[in-house]
Design a protein around this ligand. Structure first.
Ligand code: F6R
Length: 582
């Protein structure tokens, strides 16, 4: 959840890590801190966002930095990272959670004085307690005693080494002539290099004059390859847009097409696995979870296959139904979501193969899956997922067509959908939705209804509106309204109705009518206008691909609701982009 970055090399490390943190703020933004190594180590920590920090810090060739999303301990300067050990010999930043921190703190408190409430500080003291064995040995010993997930970066008062270790939390090395970067995410250093080395779980990296990787258990050196990634710097910048969220929404002109540009043999190979599997589960969290839920409908309607959906956080409760020969299809933008990683562990124990749909190349999930597909959406930096969502939907749909042995038909439909989205996303369209936002941004509640594959999209619409505008929003299966929730409808309550030109059309329009009869304000997202609608947002008619086009206007609406309410849609309160804790 937190963002971390370090640099060691010929450039000015202090500037690189501060700029890197600004690029990583989407990971956490309640406080931040930097440790700069010269003769001594200078610590600078602040509560709040780093965006407006413009001071010049002392130049250096080695620095580490952290932007925090609080877990253990409140949002205070003391709890912000980096953390010193007692004698100030060791400085550490950490992403993850030390599960046994209370036990360790108790043991260490006889000889060590703690100044923060964090679990991280314990690691600094733990390393200090083994320091007489040497820097690398001290870290080997310390991490042996830590239970939980971590990515740590450590520097020392009396050495110029930069050491990192990881287990379960993301971290990657960037390499250029004359310097090394280590960060939780590639965009932190993408402006300098696209050459990377992956740090696997249970590994330690030591950067001194050169770079060496070690296995944390065997303590043996591990050889690594240099990999070039094809993300471009511009993709990770705002490029004239006010916020990443709207930039990424507009990128859907291109990203749907990129998502379906897959190796056909691989699609057919995986389709064959799904067709012959002894039960398949679609697993994800949040928005990616809603994509999985939509996938259930795609596989049922297109391929006549019953595939189960489960939220990753609930998945451990289903493990009894997993058997050898089963399959798990995970969907995740970051590839680092802790709940999904845990679900994968459960599947692996049952000898169930895992196939992942991911956006971040080299992520933990990619490395832990048996097979993976990249959705190729480019870096998604706004906390609210938009372009990754429609890419995931498109690729899942294509897989369903592959399972039905109708890959060409699926491709044709999705290419047509991508081209219609391209036409739809123009300034006039955005303005039409902004005008709607002006009418409803003071609403206390917004409801969204859908049927069939658009039911999970109603749920996803609610997530989008809630997380960036903080308006109470709820999605319902339209037919369920009359069984209770319709009591919530009063005069002028906005009710977004997701309509598709499919077998559900007549019924969803009747449900909207029931809401209108109780005073509701009906916002129709539909290929055709209807007398019931108080406000109509036109979407192209793309038959079974309707969830892809129906969610886009809601993304634009959520964005403008947030802006009109004076909020920063890129950094919603309490949230972080990758949820690497359980
Ligand atoms: C909401 C949102 C989250 C993520 C969820 C899973 O807009 O982005 O609900 O979908 O945290 O994240 P990934 O896809 O990285 O596994």
């Amino acid at each position: 959840m937190c963002g971390i970055i370090a640099y060691k090399g010929e450039r000015n490390a202090s500037e690189i890590v501060v700029q890197g943190l600004k690029k990583l703020e989407y990971r956490g933004y309640d406080s931040w801190g930097v440790a700069i190594k010269n003769k001594d180590i200078l610590l600078r920590k602040e509560v709040g966002k780093i965006t407006d920090f413009n001071e010049e810090l002392p130049k250096s060739s080695l620095a580490i930095a952290h932007t925090r999303w609080a877990t253990h301990g409140g949002v205070t300067k003391e709890n912000a990272h980096p953390h010193f050990s007692c004698n100030k010999e060791v400085v550490i930043i950490h992403n993850g959670i030390v599960d046994n921190f209370q036990e360790l703190k108790q043991k260490l408190s006889k000889d060590h004085k703690f100044v923060s409430e964090t679990d991280t500080e314990i690691i600094a003291h733990l390393i200090e307690s083994y320091l007489e064995r040497g820097y690398e040995e001290a870290i080997f010993e310390a991490v042996k005693r830590i239970e939980g997930r971590y990515a740590i970066l450590v520097i020392f008062r009396d050495s110029n080494k930069l050491i990192a270790a990881r287990k379960g939390s993301p971290m990657i090395v960037g390499v250029e002539d004359g310097g090394y970067f280590i960060a939780s995410d590639i965009p932190a250093f993408l402006g300098y290099t696209n050459k990377v080395m992956y740090i696997d779980d249970n590994e330690m990296v030591v950067i001194d004059d050169g770079i060496k990787f070690f296995n944390l258990d065997s303590r043996q050196e591990v050889q690594k390859r240099l990999i070039e990634i094809d993300w471009k710097t511009e993709e990770a910048e705002k490029e004239g847009y006010e916020h990443f969220m709207i930039k990424e929404i507009m990128e859907q002109k291109e990203t749907i097409r990129k998502a379906i540009n897959q190796d056909e043999n691989k699609l057919l190979f995986i389709a064959n696995k799904i067709n012959n599997a002894f039960g398949t589960y679609l697993v994800g969290c949040g928005t990616a979870g809603k994509v999985c839920q939509t996938g259930e409908y795609f596989f049922s309607k297109i391929a006549g296959k019953h595939i189960n959906f489960a939220f990753a956080s609930e998945f451990t409760n289903y493990h009894r139904f997993l058997t050898k020969g089963g399959l798990m299809l995970t969907v995740s933008q970051s590839g680092e979501t802790a709940d999904v990683l845990e679900a994968i562990e459960v599947a692996k124990k049952k000898e169930v193969e895992v196939i992942s749909l991911l956006n971040v190349f080299g992520s933990s999930m990619m490395r832990q899956s048996d097979f993976s597909f990249m959705i190729n959406a480019g870096p998604e930096k706004a906390v609210a997922s938009t372009k990754a969502t429609t890419s995931q939907l498109a690729l899942l749909m294509l897989l369903a067509y592959a399972c039905a042995n109708k890959l060409d038909e699926g491709k044709k439909l999705l290419i047509d959908t991508a081209s219609k989205v391209n036409d739809m996303l123009n300034p006039r369209y955005e303005e039409h939705i902004r005008k709607l936002a002006e009418k409803i941004y003071n609403s206390e509640n917004i409801y969204i209804i859908g049927r069939g594959a658009n039911y999970p999209m109603a749920l996803e619409s609610a997530i989008k509106i809630q997380e960036v505008s903080y308006i109470h929003a709820e999605g319902f299966a339209a037919g369920e309204l009359k069984h209770g929730p319709i009591a919530l409808i009063s005069e002028k309550t906005p009710c977004i109705t997701l309509v598709a030109n499919d077998e559900n059309k007549k019924d969803i329009l009747s449900n909207a009518m029931e809401v209108k009869a109780r005073g509701g304000y009906i916002i129709g997202i539909s290929p055709e206008n209807n007398i019931i609608f108080d406000y109509w947002i036109k979407v192209p008619d793309v038959s079974d691909a309707s969830p892809i086009v129906n969610i886009i206007p809601v993304q634009i609406l959520a964005y403008h609701l947030a802006v009109l309410r004076g909020l920063d849609p890129d950094k919603p309160r309490n949230l972080a982009k990758s949820v690497t804790v359980k």
